[in-house]
Design a protein around this ligand. Structure first.
Ligand code: AMP
Ligand code: ZN
Length: 114
């Protein structure tokens, strides 16, 4: 989709620190990390948010979560624990309208989130 930041990163047109990539999904480091490990995982295809992706392509959503799991393994946070967050909509703090999983770990985290 034109003018989408994360479509641009997926296409290699906008620079990012890529962690790993495969034909359907891409993982890259968040530019403003909130934890020692903070990686974003996106589908290459444009979908606005988690709910809309789930409604139209459950297989791609499964690929996305599997990639997030692989990121956690590669970053060494599987045993210590990690959080996968999909902010959806303005009050949740979604600022980029291309679905992305935040993979956060490497420090203790409080619950509920602020
Ligand atoms: P959200 O607020 O859930 O929409 O998350 C968007 C995330 O994208 C934020 O954590 C930003 O720090 C991150 N972000 C914005 N621009 C970039 C970029 N060019 N490269 C990497 N991460 C970015
Ligand atoms: Zn997009």
């Amino acid at each position: 989709m034109a003018d989408c930041l994360f479509c641009g990163i997926a296409a290699g047109e906008i620079p990012a620190t890529i962690v790993s990539a495969n034909p359907r999904t891409v993982a890259f480091r968040d530019i403003n990390p909130q934890a020692p490990v903070h990686v974003l995982v996106i589908p290459r295809a444009h979908h606005p948010n988690l709910a809309e992706l789930a409604a139209v392509d459950g297989a791609l959503l499964s690929d996305l979560v599997a990639h997030a799991r692989d990121v956690a393994l590669a970053e060494g946070i599987t045993d210590s624990g990690y959080r996968i967050v999909f902010n959806t909509g303005p009050e949740a703090g979604q600022t980029v309208g291309h679905v992305h999983a935040h993979v956060l770990g490497g420090r203790p985290m409080s619950w509920p989130p602020g």
